[in-house]
Design a protein around this ligand. Structure first.
Ligand SMILES: [Ca+2]
Length: 574
């Protein structure tokens, strides 16, 4: 059923103003019915001069919370991007410890909060990846090989396991653990963290942010919709905001690749990869580059004009079809058919597209693509879909992920991610996805901002899904509070032949607190010697420290026609 649109409330005068803004290069929209956005004030810092260990007693009264440890982390004990992290307090604990009536296991929302001695007045909630289950070090790092991070910038940073402990999907048997993983852990942690900050510094955070990539980007987008009152700025990387759908579609892709495999039986990533070898993936990537690289006026190994590339590149015509045996210089017709389906998006037997399409890009040959399409499809996605998302879940004992990936009824599985029953009263798409993700009036109207980034060669969550979200926001909310950055060549959150090292948090803070809207962001490749860690996918033909502008969608980086191909200043966002 179509949702009511602000378009119906638009007047011709407002349309004229919007057209004028577009003509002036504003490129953003404000629905006529929308209210004026308030400008939030800037955060001011404070100092914690006390003993970190004393915080264990200070936090003792926090509701539903047990503090397990409070310690000083000395300057330099932690180092990120070659930079020592300043002295801070680390406090660990858990919330809502309980025993499940469904599976009999113990659950709690484990967390750590890192509190700088010199605090900048801000709170950052760090969303973590995968199926959670681990309290990842709370530094608030984003992007590939980050050189900067929130903790170093003076934020108080919270990280959690989202309500369950351990790397297995077993928690999916417990209905409450599903809900905590989906959204409720964030809802429970946020007021506790703000109160802990207030107890430490004598005032709560002036400004609050949520940042993460992958499942962490999903958490960020869920916070932007469910908990918009609690957060002023949202940084969502590769947001899997339709995560259960993406996971089922990845299983469907594995099924297709298995039909091409040359090993007698498929039991591993290596087996599945025989259906489309590293050499054959590199062939496809090279043919995409041959057709699309220069569309941005620079043959530099990066396809900036993503949309023009999709129109220009033909898998059928631009990749040779094998007439004999596979030798790495061609694809068989069967391989082309599988790839065409994986890229356009697998469907149910009834013709419903399970997730979305993926764009052709220069990063398809990178190892990360194989890890997601051949590896995660046999290891992570079966447990996630069968145990955590499906209603009713499969039995955890004896669950065989490979068998499930290759043999389960995908139509039934797809139906199971929107199903409920008496025990599992919320479906996976309800607890995992942000409700009405393109309707963000709540965040916008209180002065909040959201920035989304996504690698074009991401093989598990499609950049096309983020593009669809942004275009939907443009229709349903307006985009004067939202920005979307595509990162050509980049895989899932980092890696790939790309400039994947960038800081989008600082521009987000400047937008929220100073009203300075982010424009182009300079990103760097992580070649030899990079302090944030070398990205082995960076081609040897690139300068190790190549830079490029990341452009706010729908703009793309185009070569100016003169100047070094290795520096961002030779490119303009158009
Ligand atoms: Ca190019």
């Amino acid at each position: 059923m179509p949702r009511p649109s602000h378009h119906t409330a638009r007047t011709s005068a407002a349309m004229a103003v919007a057209a004028l803004l577009a003509a002036c290069g504003g490129g953003e929209t404000t629905p006529a019915a929308a209210t004026t956005i308030p400008q939030l004030t800037a955060a001011t810092g404070a100092v914690f001069a006390g003993d970190c260990a004393s915080l264990q007693a200070t936090f003792a009264g926090l509701a539903n919370t047990q503090i397990t440890m409070a310690e000083t982390v000395a300057a330099g004990a932690l180092s990120i991007g070659g930079q020592p992290v300043a002295e801070h307090c680390r406090v660990t604990g858990q919330m809502h410890q309980r025993t499940s009536a469904v599976d009999g296991n113990s659950y709690a929302i484990g967390f750590e909060v890192r509190l700088p001695k010199n605090w900048n007045g801000r709170f950052l909630h760090q969303g973590n990846g995968g199926i959670d289950g681990s309290v990842v070090t709370a530094t608030g790092s984003t992007g590939g090989g980050p050189l900067t991070h929130a903790l170093q910038q003076g934020f108080a940073v919270l990280s959690s396991n989202a309500g369950h402990s351990g790397p297995t999907p077993a928690f999916g048997i417990d209905p409450q653990a599903r809900l905590d993983y989906g959204y409720q852990a964030v809802g429970k942690l946020t007021p506790m963290a703000k109160q802990a900050i207030a107890l430490t510094y004598g005032k709560g955070p002036d400004r609050s942010y949520f940042a993460g990539c992958s499942n962490g980007g999903r958490h960020a987008m869920v916070a932007a919709t469910r908990y918009f009152s609690d957060y002023d700025g949202i940084l969502a990387g590769a947001p899997g905001y339709n995560l259960p759908k993406a996971a089922v579609a990845n299983l469907a892709g594995a099924r297709l690749y298995a039909s091409l495999a040359t090993t007698p039986t498929v039991t591993s990533q290596a087996d599945l990869a025989t259906g489309l070898t590293d050499t054959e993936r590199a062939l496809v990537a090279s043919k995409v580059l041959a057709k699309c690289d220069a569309l941005d006026s620079a043959a530099d190994g990066l396809v900036q004009d993503v949309n023009a590339c999709q129109a220009a590149f033909s898998l059928n015509d631009d990749v040779p079809t094998c007439t004999g045996t596979r030798d790495g210089t061609c694809l068989t017709t069967a391989q082309k058919n599988v790839l065409a389906t994986v890229f356009s998006g697998p469907t149910t037997s009834g013709g419903v597209r399970m997730y979305t399409s993926f764009p052709f890009d220069g990063g398809f040959g990178a190892p990360g693509v194989a890890n997601w399409e051949f590896g995660a499809a046999l290891t992570r996605d079966p447990g996630a879909t069968g145990i955590i998302f499906k209603v009713p879940p499969e039995s955890y004992g004896g669950f065989n992920g490979v068998n499930f990936a290759l043999n389960t009824d995908l139509d039934a599985l797809y139906a199971g991610i929107t199903a409920t029953n008496a025990t599992y009263t919320e479906s996976a798409m309800s607890f995992m996805a942000p409700p009405n993700p393109t309707r963000m009036q709540g965040l916008r109207e209180r002065g909040g901002k959201i920035v989304v980034y996504h690698g074009v060669s991401d093989a598990i969550f499609s950049v096309n899904d983020s593009e669809a979200w942004f275009n939907g926001v443009q229709n349903d909310t307006g985009t004067d509070f939202a920005r979307f950055y595509r990162v050509p060549g980049m895989g899932h959150c980092s890696g790939g032949p790309a400039t994947d090292q960038f800081d989008l948090l600082s521009p987000l803070v400047a937008w929220v607190e100073q009203g300075v809207a982010p424009a182009e962001i300079v990103a760097a490749a992580r070649g030899a010697g990079n302090a944030g860690g070398v990205n082995s996918d960076v081609p040897g033909t690139w300068a190790a420290n190549r830079t490029r502008p990341l452009c706010a969608y729908p703009k793309v980086a185009r070569y100016k026609g003169s100047g070094s191909l290795e520096v961002a200043s030779s490119f303009v966002c158009q």
